[in-house]
Write a protein that binds this ligand. Sequence first.
Ligand SMILES: [Zn+2]
Length: 204
Amino acid sequence: MMNAENVLQRPTLVLNRRWTPIRTAPVQDAIGLVARGHAFIIEPESFETHDLVSWNDVSRVRARVGDALIRSPRLVLVPPEVILLTTYEGPGARAVVFSRKNLFKRDRYTCQYCGIQPGPEELTVDHVVPRSRGGVSSWENCVLACVECNKRKADRSPLQAGMKLRKAPKKPSWKSLVQVPTRDRRESWEKFLSRAYWEVELEP
Ligand SMILES: [Zn+2]
């Protein structure tokens, strides 16, 4: 049986107001969002939305012997598996931050010139227009390149180097960053994640 601390760290699937999965959050954070009125808990079978008080009622009916529950003086809660934000992307949501980590996600750990996936250690961040020629660090000017391609391209533009980008780099949307590792997935998430799969925008 899980202890209370583990329960609070379990992942909850976070949906935006349009029911699109945007990320996962530990149960502890998910409950905080619901408590502050920024989200509802979703009952995955019925799609009903609940606040903490009504989820408390559901939990008392649903809880089985041996279930890990979250207890406070007033509430007994089954750990939520899915929550729905009441604001579009949730409080404090910003555009996807331009970071190394997010760049790796956007380019799916793939060299944008030759298409190999040699592992994160063997990938570098390439400035399409080299910095020495005024290229800046941005979503539109940075791509992942394997060590070989980076060496070959050197301090030149792709055209000068005779190399072709597999696709034009651009700022990712929240949607394309939803990647839930299989080990973290819960059965109740599948229908929400497959919705996202069908709704995802395709490259023109
Ligand atoms: Zn390459």
